[in-house]
Design a protein around this ligand. Sequence first.
Ligand code: MTE
Length: 313
Amino acid sequence: MLIRIPRPGDGPTSEITDESLYLRRRELMRAGALAAGMLLLPGCGRAATGDEEPGAGDGSATGDALTSFEDATSYNNFYEFGTGKKDPARNAHTLRTRPWTLEIGGECARPATLDVDALLAQQTVEERIYRLRCVEAWSMVIPWRGIPLAALLASVEPTSRAKFVAFRTLHDPEQMPGQKRRVLRWPYREGLRIDEAMHPLTLLATGMYGRDMPAQNGAPIRLVVPWKYGFKSIKSIVSIELVESQPPTSWNMSTPDEYGFYSNVNPRVDHPRWSQKRERRIGEWGKRDTLMFNGYAEEVGELYAGMDLRKNF
Ligand code: MTE
């Protein structure tokens, strides 16, 4: 995520997955899957039962290898902790993730103020492997843990006026020192159309690699919308509001000609300053083709039937 100077060439320290990490990763995956009774959605391959090893080290039925835990937690975008890729891992220890309260309100019959642990106790927690494609033309494949956003939204009973969902990150410059600099208008905001928010692929993630969410990845609760550019996946959420009109979003407010509301991964629509046709998978050499809707076209394509995706980028 960039303001004026593109840095898609920024690289992690290591491009190669260390073997011990790879083996540990597989153990973690097995443990996480067994604990949660691994359920993969159609986009991620077949439904797996608890006694299968998820993808034998693969990220999905497409054969994608998982990104190493090390890379996924040390090459981040979380501007509340600095704009460098390594800043969040270095600085996010100041975030206090418990107790943590999530407000859900707006156009609904049963608004709620929820403690994040109580929420997890109420809802079915699932493990899902999703690709995350950053607008900067790099990508990762991560085993997430979380609850479907649809289940949470249904529990507050949205009214017929709920057409969009607005999300907000914590605003506390003491805990999030990056908010003392005006690189974005704080707090970080994101939004989805209600059908996108209710889509079964949309996850409120509370962990990854079978562990609680690391602070730099958006603890204690973040969004993961795998068919959209990574910046839609807002971190450290404190508020979810059902609203009637399209809500303002941080990157769109900052640079509207570069970051639209929809932000669907689309190799046919370039960012004004660089191509979106290819991407660098973190931990791999070379580049690979970017897939329409990040490879989830079969699941989500119909949400955009009849829409001009060049206009609604
Ligand atoms: N959420 C907040 N609150 N602040 C941010 O700066 N960056 C976004 C998104 N969520 C961001 C955020 C961007 S640009 C990306 S690519 C993803 O988080 C990166 O997620 P990751 O660091 O877990 O890979």
